[in-house]
Design a protein. Structure first.
Length: 349
């Protein structure tokens, strides 16, 4: 830190916060202290920044510190768009560098969970867990953003909250966990779930997914290489530290499924393609920003799209058997019509 700037590391990006002469010195000092967990090495402070945030004046320090947390996060996400998989998640690291990412939307309890877990394990982030295609994690040790009723969120330095430093080894993603906080839950439950079940939660909490090659199939592949997806149901965050070994325990062999490109209609009625992953039973497809998980006979229809109605009907009957009543061709035509109305191309155009 120089007299009028603070440089922080966020998801591998170096972000310099530069204060104008009208910003009081105590606000600069508070900022430096709040972000001390993400401060860069003193020897590297003068290196070129990846992003810069100018602060000409501050009228309300509390509101400023809350907004700064958002601004730094947005700069870090923008810097890594298309390069890293970034989950809206809290994360902790074990001594051997294994990282657990706890995924959930705002208000799901990530910061509270971070405060409990990171007193036992290294604090990685309470906001975003980012990793590359080798599952290497880039930390974001931002201030904890703690809710205060009627006031901006308090920005607490990790050390002030008693959170542990990171281990001195490379960090690698070892588990992706979808949070399901249930005040009525009895104890802690850890369940391994198929990607198709977890996909709606994961996609909704992924930044810039559409800019990653493969989008949803890339996400499925990374989840499989991290040992699959777990769902954590708990009532109180204080119960979770004792469940870490259960969270990390291997589950059933995780298969990323088969990456597919499905023909869909674009916004102007043109035929384009959508990334999808096919696990044999269901197809998860991301068309634009719309995620769909297709089951029943829909995956079979899409696998044989373009082969003609007769061939599609034969494929559906072969895979699912003849319906107990009714004309299979009529049932398949109805399903094809529903898929077409959803934007899928299932016949000649």
């Amino acid at each position: 830190m120089t007299a009028r700037s603070v440089t922080v590391g966020a998801l591998g990006a170096r972000i310099r916060i530069v204060f104008g002469d009208d910003v009081p010195a105590d606000v600069v000092a508070r900022t430096a202290h709040a972000w001390s967990g993400a401060s860069v090495d003193a020897a590297e402070e003068d290196a070129a920044e990846d992003a810069r945030i100018d602060v000409p004046a501050v009228s309300d320090p509390e509101a400023f510190l809350q907004q700064l947390s958002t601004d730094v996060t947005l700069e870090a996400l923008a810097h890594n768009r298309g390069r890293l998989l970034m989950l809206h998640a809290a994360g902790v690291a074990l001594e051997d560098g294994r990282v657990i990412a706890f995924v959930g939307p705002s208000g799901r309890g990530k910061t509270t969970l971070s405060r409990h877990l990171a007193r036992h394990f290294g604090y990685v982030s309470d906001e975003t867990i980012a990793f590359d295609d080798e599952l290497r994690v880039l930390p974001y040790r931002k201030p904890l953003s703690v809710i205060r009723h009627g006031m901006p969120k308090d920005q607490i330095a990790p050390a002030d909250a008693g959170l542990r430093d990171l281990p001195g080894v490379p960090l690698r993603l070892a588990a992706i966990v979808v949070l399901d906080r249930d005040p009525g839950a009895s104890g802690v439950t850890v369940e391994h779930v198929p990607f198709a079940d977890a996909a709606p939660d994961l996609v909704a909490q992924t930044s810039y997914l559409t800019e990653l090659p493969g989008t949803v199939s890339a996400l499925a592949d990374l989840c499989a290489r991290a040992g699959g997806v777990r769902r954590l149901r708990y009532a109180e965050a204080s119960e979770v530290p004792a469940a870490i070994e259960r969270i990390l325990a291997p589950g059933p062999a995780s298969d990323a499924g088969t990456a597919r490109q499905l023909p869909v209609l674009g916004p102007e009625g043109e035929v384009t393609s959508a990334d999808a992953v096919d696990d044999g039973d269901r197809i998860v497809v991301l068309a634009g920003r719309t995620l769909r998980v297709l089951d029943g006979i829909a995956p079979t229809i899409l696998r044989h799209a373009g082969e003609g109605e007769e061939a599609i009907v034969a494929a559906v009957v072969a895979a699912h058997g003849a319906p107990p009543s009714g004309d299979p061709a009529a049932l398949v035509r109805h399903a094809m019509q529903e898929l077409a109305e959803a934007g899928f191309v299932v016949g000649e155009r």
